[in-house]
Design a protein around this ligand. Structure first.
Ligand code: TZP
Length: 210
């Protein structure tokens, strides 16, 4: 199982930004840019299409030992030997995901407050997403939580915490200064002119020792 504690930069292939035909090419660039984890997110896509894409992506990610995480659907993990599933607050409980998958799996959970972060840790999530830190068109219906709770969410919580939401290379130093050790960057990476350079520049700001 991947040592999540060593992961710093999490990239998401969100099919609202990436044409499915380009997904493998984008994953290759993320890997070249030293992204530590990759998620496939396709909110409006049919499950068979996601399974097909996850199969293609997993051929690439597994070659580089980068964990591939499926957003929302444990069924993808039942049909593709990828490494993890990420669930939201309204999705299945962590234990149910593990049971349905029937194998050892990374299970991540989205959280939007300190209380939800504690609950996800108690529930046995392997990592959490914490945000949206800033307003973001990638998740437009969620109120940003800002930078204030970042330090606190890291106190007493041993599991890896990935800050998420509106994070770009330009505000990443501010997010790190507020206490973040790990981040998820979606549109910033996917819309970058040069994904490899962008990822490497973000990675260079994220201290592997913290
Ligand atoms: N969960 C909280 S914010 C967010 C998700 C999936 C979207 C983050 O996307 P971006 O483009 O990096 O703001």
């Amino acid at each position: 199982m991947t040592d999540l504690a060593r992961c710093r930069l999490y990239g998401i292939i969100d099919l609202n930004y990436v044409d499915a035909r380009d997904a493998v090419r984008v994953a290759e660039k993320m890997i070249e840019g030293d992204v530590d984890l990759i998620q496939l997110r396709g909110k409006q896509k049919p499950i068979d299409e996601l399974v097909d894409l996850a199969t293609q992506l997993h051929e690439v990610t597994s070659r580089s030992s980068i964990p591939l995480i499926a957003n929302d659907h444990v069924e993808i993990a039942q049909r593709v030997p990828l490494e993890g599933v990420h669930v939201g607050q309204d999705d299945e409980a962590v234990a149910v995901v593990r049971e349905k998958a029937g194998r050892d799996l990374i299970v991540g959970k989205s959280t939007h407050s300190l209380a939800q972060a504690s609950a996800a840790a108690r529930e046995g999530a392997d990592y959490i997403g914490f945000g949206p830190i800033f307003a973001t068109p990638t998740k437009p219906d969620y109120k940003p939580i800002g930078l204030d709770d970042i330090k606190q969410v890291h106190v007493d919580r041993a599991l890896p915490i990935f800050c998420i939401g509106g994070i770009k290379i330009d505000n990443l130093p501010q997010v790190i200064a507020a206490g973040a050790q790990r981040v998820v960057i979606v549109s910033g990476l996917l819309k970058a002119v040069d994904i490899v350079k962008y990822a490497r520049a973000c990675k260079a700001l994220l201290n592997p020792e913290t």
